[in-house]
Write a protein that binds this ligand. Structure first.
Ligand code: COA
Length: 165
């Protein structure tokens, strides 16, 4: 496999992230950024989110090129728990890149951040995301019914997968 690495997201990534996220085939991801300004605003907020231990967001690089993102959101009520989220540009799907990125972000989560429980939640229809969790040995813990609304405002069920130390 080519060289996959993670680094903090930077302001200069805004255009590339927006290009990736504008894909209408991202059916199950709630994307808030609509303009370059939205995306830049989001990226500018990242260092403060790290300082406050709210979110740790990384760019996924393939041979140095930004092709996606992966992040850990810290549960503010139980700070040993983090939730992983991710996306990758469609032209790179199905090559095991996200599976590899989860392995890399886990090292940061368990070793650097001291977390002991990692969760991945995905729309029940999001088979690709479910495969990423399964391939990384996350255990399916159940269905979170009506967890969040989709883009049409309809409440949707999600699977909860988790790994504990
Ligand atoms: C989910 C996503 C990040 C997966 O990225 P990826 O780099 O393609 O993931 P991997 O290659 O590591 O693994 C994908 C697995 O799903 C499988 N897959 C893909 N589409 C599938 C489908 N429609 N049905 C069943 N399996 C599917 C692949 O075959 C692969 O499994 P395998 O290795 O057993 O063959 C990517 O599809 C994506 O960015 N989607 C849009 C954003 C999104 O939904 N993010 C997740 C929110 S929870």
């Amino acid at each position: 496999m080519s060289n996959i690495s993670l680094r903090y997201q930077q302001l200069k990534d805004a255009r590339q992230f927006l290009k990736i996220l504008r894909n209408p085939n991202f059916l199950y991801l709630a994307v808030k950024a609509k303009t370059l300004q939205d995306e830049e605003k989001w990226l500018r907020a990242c260092p403060a989110k790290r300082r406050k231990n709210l979110e740790w967001n990384y760019a996924i690089l393939l041979d140095g090129l930004v092709i996606g993102a992966i992040g850990i959101k810290i549960n503010q009520f139980r700070k040993h728990i983090g939730e992983i989220g991710y996306f990758v540009a469609e032209e790179y799907w199905g090559r095991g890149i996200t599976t590899q990125a989860v392995k890399l972000v886990e090292q940061k989560a368990f070793k650097k951040l001291g977390l002991s429980r990692l969760e991945i939640v995905m729309r029940a229809e999001n088979y690709a995301s479910e495969r990423v969790a399964i391939k990384n040995n996350y255990r399916k813990e159940g269905k979170l019914r009506k967890l969040a609304k989709d883009r049409q405002g309809i409440w949707r069920d999600f699977w909860l997968y988790a790994k504990v130390l």
